[in-house]
Design a protein around this ligand. Sequence first.
Ligand SMILES: Cc1cc2nc3c(=O)[nH]c(=O)nc-3n(C[C@H](O)[C@H](O)[C@H](O)COP(=O)(O)OP(=O)(O)OC[C@H]3O[C@@H](n4cnc5c(N)ncnc54)[C@H](O)[C@@H]3O)c2cc1C
Ligand SMILES: NC(=O)c1ccc[n+]([C@@H]2O[C@H](COP(=O)([O-])OP(=O)(O)OC[C@H]3O[C@@H](n4cnc5c(N)ncnc54)[C@H](O)[C@@H]3O)[C@@H](O)[C@H]2O)c1
Length: 449
Amino acid sequence: MSDYDFDLFTIGAGSGGVRASRVAATHGAKVAIAEEHRIGGTCVIRGCVPKKMLVYGAHFAEDLEDCQRFGWKIDGKSFDWTILRDNVLADVDRLEGAYTETLENHDVTIFHERAEIAGPHTIALASGKSVTARHILIATGARPFMPECQGAEHAISSNEAFHLDKLPKRMLIAGGGYIANEFAGIFNEFGTKVTLVNRSDQLLRSYDEALRDRLLQISLMKGIEFKFNTIFEYIKPCDDGGYKVKLSDCEEEVVDCVMFAVGRRPNIEGLGLDNAGVELGEGGEIKVDRFSKTNIDHIYAVGDVTDRVQLTPVAIREGQAFADSVFGKGDPYAVDHSCVPSAVFSHPPIAAVGMTEGEAKNKLGAVRVYQSDFRPMKNVLAGRNERSLMKMICDAEDGRIVGIHMIAPEAPEMMQAAAIAVKAGLTKADFDATIAIHPTMAEELVLMR
Ligand SMILES: Cc1cc2nc3c(=O)[nH]c(=O)nc-3n(C[C@H](O)[C@H](O)[C@H](O)COP(=O)(O)OP(=O)(O)OC[C@H]3O[C@@H](n4cnc5c(N)ncnc54)[C@H](O)[C@@H]3O)c2cc1C
Ligand SMILES: NC(=O)c1ccc[n+]([C@@H]2O[C@H](COP(=O)([O-])OP(=O)(O)OC[C@H]3O[C@@H](n4cnc5c(N)ncnc54)[C@H](O)[C@@H]3O)[C@@H](O)[C@H]2O)c1
C-alpha cells in the first residue's frame, strides 16, 4: 500500500502536463491531474491550434485574389468572421474531448478545478478537498503579460482574440514577437486596418536579421502599419464605441480594438510554492535542473512555467522525459534544448533552426553564408511581388551547417525536414550531394550558392 493517494499529481493539463500524466500512467503510476480552465491547455484551447486555423482562414484572402490569374473567376466573395470563429471554437471543443478521453483511457483521475500546493506532498483543490502525492509535477504554463498604462484593462490579449464578437475595423497590436506578428497577419488578411506598435525598432529579435527585414518589407506592402520606439500612454473608451489611444510621440487615434502581445509570464501566483519551498528564478520562472527537477527532490516542473523554450513540442518532450525518467524502467534522460526548430506563422511564415548569421559569427568567427533570394513560381504567375529568402550558415572550417533560415510560403513545413539534417550535423556538401526535387521551393535548399 502506498502512503500517498497518488504516485503523481500533475497541476495543469496542457501540453506538458497531459503528456507526462499519460506516460507516467502507462509506466504503472497512479496519476491525478488538475485543470482550472480546459483540458488541453494553451496550445489546444487558445494557442497554436486555433491560431493555425485562423492563419489558414486568413490565407484564403490571397488565394482568392491570386486565383484570377490562374483562370478562376469568383464573383461576390465575402468573409464572415463568425463562421470561421465558431467552426474553430467547435474544433477546439472536439480536441478538448479527445484530450480528456486520452487521460481517462489511461486511468488518470481528472480534477476539473484549481489546485495549489499546501505542503511538500499535499495538494489543496478549490473544492476544499485535499490529496497527497509521492511526486508533484508543476505544468501550469504561462499567461499573457499585460503592461501597465492608463486604461490597460480595455486591451485584450491573444486569449480573447479567438472570441471577438465581430471583426474590428481598426486594431492596434502591441508587441513585436511571435503573437503580435502572427495576429497582425491574420487580422490584416481579414480586412482589419492593423497597426503594430513596438517599444523598440526590432521585430522578432531571435530571428536572422535578413528575414526580419524581409517580413517587415512584405508586411508593409500588404498594408500593415508599424509604429516603432513608442509606448502606450492611455486607452480611453469612446462614447460611441471604440477607444481613443495615445502613444508616446504620436497623435491620439481612435481604434476598435487594442491587443497586447508583449510576452508571457510563468503561472506561479498563489500556487503555494512556499509551502513546499520551491525556488524561483529572477523572472518568476520555476528553477529546474536538466531533468526538470526543482530544488525539492520529488517536485518537478515542465513547460512554459520553467521559461526555457516556450514551445509546445518542447513542453511535450520535457513531460515525456520526466515521466520516463521518474516512472520508467530505463535510465533517467534529459531533453536536449539545443537546435530547436521554430516558426512564426506570419504572412508569409518564417522558420529557422540553429544560429543566426550574427550569432554564428560571434561564436565561430569564420562562417560561410549561402543564400537564395527568389520569387516563388506561384507568385510569379499570380503577379504577386513577394520574394522568398533562404539562408544557410556554415562553419567555415568544416562546412557543418549551423543554421538554416527561411521566409517563404510553407517555410515551416520545409524546415521540419531540414532541421533533422542540421541536428544531425550534416554539411553543405551533404546537401549539395542530394538531387533536387523539381519544381519545388524546397529544392533551393540543395542548390544554394
Ligand atoms: C496565441 C499563442 C500561439 C502559440 N502558437 C504556438 C505555435 O504555433 N507553436 C508552438 O510550439 N507553440 C505555440 N505557442 C506556445 C505554446 O502554446 C506553449 O508553449 C505550450 O502550450 C506550453 O505548454 P505547457 O504545458 O507548459 O502549458 P499550458 O499549455 O499553458 O498548460 C498549462 C495549464 O495549466 C492550467 N493551470 C494553471 N495553473 C493551474 C492551477 N493552479 N490549477 C490547475 N490548473 C492550472 C492552465 O489553465 C493551463 O491549461 C503559442 C502560444 C500562444 C499564447
Ligand atoms: N509560432 C510559435 O511557435 C509561437 C506563436 C505564439 C507564441 N509562441 C510562444 O509564446 C511566447 C510568447 O509570445 P509573445 O509574442 O507574447 O512574446 P515574444 O517574447 O515573442 O515577444 C514579446 C514582444 O513584446 C515586446 N515587449 C516586451 N515587454 C514589453 C512592454 N512592456 N511593452 C511593450 N512591448 C514589450 C518585446 O520587445 C517583444 O517584441 C513566445 O516567446 C513563444 O515562445 C510561439
